[in-house]
Design a binder for this molecule. Structure first.
Ligand code: ADE
Length: 257
């Protein structure tokens, strides 16, 4: 598989000149609550599908935050690319936002100088566990997509947030196989999550811009089991994301541009 660089097959729409409606997608309830509080959003409860929804305003922009909610049988957050795709599609069709923003946790790479609690502004996304050995289908399945900030804007937003910026890779698993680890090492990937490439695919289908901020809960290229580091660091990393969220949203809706 080709190394993940910023040289993507697809590109999302650029940032809008005016953001009347902004839709924030956050995967987990534990990540969403501090972000909603930092943005003074009010919970408007789960919708019929179980999606959790918060609403509020930032200057003249209506901000809605959604998560996929919890699995009704297992009681755990509906994380991963499938839940991310259906949740975002449902919310996009209902709200027609001018901009989608993804905030959430990710694994980072100590070989790229990242540490737990660091922030990464995503430049592009790709599925690292999509293997389809058929011409055209392979690239479609990988969905290597440039997000809506160009190189200069990525670096300006990253400086405003004290963050790094770079490619994010997405898969259905929290951990990584030895082959995936080798591929990450040969690429320029900065962060690994379970949602962003799915959100980018939905945004591409709906011609809607997308920007992402990831907070590092664990180090992918470290010997500690991912689940242990993730569980220990989730609250502190989410607190850091929540502090960054208002600055990021204000920057995106125009105050900082
Ligand atoms: N979210 C937080 N850490 C992650 C990891 N290592 N892989 C995928 N998603 C994550």
């Amino acid at each position: 598989m080709e190394a993940l660089t910023d040289d993507a097959d697809f590109a999302l729409a650029p940032l809008p000149t005016r953001t009347g409606r902004l839709l924030l997608f956050v995967a987990m309830q534990a990540e969403a609550e501090p972000v909603a509080a930092a943005l003074a959003l009010k919970s408007v409860g789960p919708d019929a599908s179980g999606m959790s929804v918060w609403e509020g305003k930032r200057a003249a922009t209506v901000v809605t935050l959604v998560t996929a909610g919890r699995d009704p049988l297992l009681g755990v957050d509906r994380i991963g690319p499938v839940s991310a795709a259906w949740t975002l599609t449902t919310a996009l069709v209902a709200q027609r936002p001018d901009l989608v923003v993804n905030i959430g946790s990710a694994g980072g790479f100590q070989s790229r100088g990242l540490a737990v609690m660091d922030l990464v502004v995503g430049s592009c996304s790709q599925f690292h566990d999509a293997r389809v050995a058929l011409p055209g289908f392979d690239r479609a399945a990988r969905a290597h997509t440039r997000l809506s900030l160009d190189g200069r804007a990525c670096s300006e937003l990253a400086s405003a947030l004290g963050a790094r910026h770079g490619p994010v890779t997405t898969g259905s698993s929290l951990d990584a196989t030895p082959a995936e680890l080798a591929w990450f090492q040969a690429s320029t990937v900065m962060a690994k999550d379970m949602e962003l490439a799915a959100l980018a695919s939905v945004c591409r289908a709906h011609a809607t811009p997308l920007v992402a901020l990831k907070g590092i809960t664990d180090l992918v290229d470290h010997s500690e089991p991912t689940a242990e580091a993730f569980t220990r660091n989730l609250a502190a990393t989410t607190a850091r994301l929540a502090i960054a969220a208002p600055t990021m949203i204000d920057w995106l809706i125009g105050a900082g541009r």
